[in-house]
Design a protein around this ligand. Structure first.
Ligand SMILES: [Zn+2]
Length: 338
């Protein structure tokens, strides 16, 4: 890739494969997505571990458990064992080096410097082909409320070919100490297709150009939000999160997962309010143990099973029980027409 490279205060210049400055500087032709695709192609050539992971992903087994009109899949992905069993208590976090800080990245890893605040990186344990992690340049806790505008900007800059997602620090993030988002090719998360038509329906609630729906799907509580203007959308999201649209009870941050796409000039968001990090059976000894650690992708209908045991054992009713266990119960005021 022949892109401008420069030294910044917080990330060495040799880590930077490309720069995206947004409204503050020249926009690369085609926007951010072509830069991401070029980065992925470049890194699969220059980083053997990513090339191996990509090859393994191509041969991965998937079971289809779709039920009742909802798309549900289980993916057997042993490479996710590390993140699926990551200990996220403060003592464990403090005892390990942070794998998202620029200084600790593998030597071959390079990224796109995004708006001088984030580094867009190829995920070395991918769930999809072209799976990106967007890490803050600063080592700061995983928290969405102060970064909603940045999250929305990034979803828009990625465009209609990609979907951005976020896992709360107690809802699937394996690095709760380092702010990060992730991105997938659009449509790779099964619920995206299930929900596409619902975003065109009459909203249950609308104000200031922001529309909202609440629903329960296969045991999951979902809140769909749509809007064309960033500021009222971010305000509505903050009110929703602060007002208990997500579960109370997390000591640090709202318990939620978030999917975001920017389609046909508007943001389309799907929020999963959560009450548990992992199902109770996660902590049981084998053979009762259920090693699934739901994040946004899993809540979106693609369950990542790092062990063959869960891959072969999971069925649609078990999935519904897991979803019910980790989702916040549906709130009547979010589901009803207002
Ligand atoms: Zn860090």
């Amino acid at each position: 890739m022949t892109r401008p490279v420069r030294q910044t205060r917080r990330v060495p210049g040799d880590r930077i494969a490309a720069v995206f400055e947004g409204s503050h500087g020249p926009r690369p032709a085609g926007g951010l997505s072509p830069l991401c695709r070029a980065l992925y192609a470049d890194q699969t050539r220059s980083w053997p571990a990513l090339a191996r992971a990509e090859a393994e992903l191509a041969g991965i087994r998937v079971r289809d458990l779709s039920s009742d009109g909802w798309s549900l899949k289980v993916q057997y992905n042993p490479a996710r064992l590390k993140s699926g069993t990551a200990r996220v208590d403060p003592a464990s976090i403090a005892a390990r080096p942070c794998f998202l800080c620029p200084a600790a990245l593998p030597p071959e890893q390079r990224g796109i410097l995004y708006r001088e605040e984030y580094l867009i990186l190829c995920n070395p344990a991918p769930i999809f082909p072209a799976h990106f992690t967007i890490a803050s340049l600063a080592h700061e806790p995983q928290a969405i409320e102060a970064r909603l505008e940045a999250f929305l900007d990034l979803a828009r800059d990625l465009g209609d070919g990609m979907t951005l997602f976020y896992n709360g620090p107690a809802c699937g993030a394996s690095a709760p100490d380092h702010l990060h988002f992730q991105a997938a090719p659009a449509g790779a998360i099964p619920i995206e297709k299930d929900l596409a038509g619902r975003f065109d329906a009459r909203p249950a609630w609308g104000n200031n150009g922001v529309d909202r729906w609440g629903l329960v799907s296969w045991g999951r509580t979902l809140i769909l939000i749509r809007g064309r203007e960033r500021t009222p959308l971010a305000h509505a999201m903050r009110r929703l999160i602060a007002g208990g649209g997500t579960s109370p009870g997390s000591p640090d941050e709202a318990m939620l997962n978030l999917l975001a796409g920017h389609r046909r000039g508007e943001w389309r968001l799907c929020l999963f309010p959560r009450r548990r990090h992992r199902p109770a059976a996660y902590d049981r000894p084998d053979p009762e143990r259920l090693l699934v650690s739901p994040g946004a992708v899993d809540m979106g209908g693609l369950i990542v099973a790092p062990r063959e045991r869960e891959f072969t054992r999971l069925n649609a009713p078990m999935l519904r029980n897991i979803y019910q266990e980790v989702s916040s119960p549906p709130r009547a005021d979010l589901l009803a027409r207002e």
